[in-house]
Design a protein around this ligand. Sequence first.
Ligand code: MTE
Length: 318
Amino acid sequence: MSIKKSNTIKSYEITSESIYLERRKLIKSMSIASTMIPWGMTWSQSSKEDGYISAYKRNSIYSTSEPKNSFEDITTYNNFYEFGMGKSDPYQNSANFEPAPWNVKISGEANKTGVYNIDDLIDSNALEERIYRLRCVEAWSMVIPWIGIPLANIIEKLEPNSKAKYVAFETVYRPNEMPGQRKRILKWPYIEALTMAEAMNPLTLIAVGLYGQDLLNQSGAPMRLVVPWKYGFKSIKSINKIHFQESQPKTSWNMAASNEYGFYANVNPEVDHPRWSQSRERRIGNGFFGAKQPTLMFNGYQDEVAHLYQGMNLRKYF
Ligand code: MTE
């Protein structure tokens, strides 16, 4: 499949916004009607029709049946240091962030490098809902109904070459809109990376929404990574650069404290953080004093991903 670059004038630049949105809705509904629905999926219609999501398939194969966290939990208790270090800071300080229009720069070891509009990268007919566990390195967790597409779906279109061993991601740098970036909390912009095998794993998602609607700013609008078997800090938000490279990329938390945050960051109850145990976790929503539950190897996704690390010493490559 080929994709077009955004160096041409977008239709919304020459059409009034309401006509543009109507047209998008019509195109989406036409292409949905002609798409086959694979086994294990059911179509859902979203209530919000003017954003990135109009419809999506529910993927029951890759979804946990554990109770979901509430929309309120998921959107008011966040880590997004660009908006501050407190859990409610992203919710309170992100109103001025502009997630549209959105372009993503693709660079490095790939044939289809350049600047793309988000609509050209994310096939809205391929959107799926997947209910994943998110395990934060701080020993709390949530269950979140994401809407997104497999990252592999995007990578295939970009045609990485044989030198592409890793894929690196960068969050937008906009200190005017992101007050946390005016402070030296981390080295900005936030960067993260995966091996190509991790990036191509069918579990790895680029999310554009949750609970049936577009991502709110605090959740990483308009597009963020979701890697459910890794600690939450790998799931980088508000991505506007993707780079393919041969050597292992630097990552924000590893640069900040390399003895505490490894490159792999696979959820592993047997390898403690130097300052606390990783064997148990607190599910957000169960109250601060609610019972902690055991953390699962690879966050419970071992059947899907354990083969990626076969023979590796997971204490060394943490
Ligand atoms: N992405 C950026 N750009 N900045 C951040 O501070 N925090 C990470 C990750 N992605 C972070 C980020 C951490 S530590 C976690 S646990 C998850 O986002 C939290 O995702 P959530 O707020 O959607 O639960």
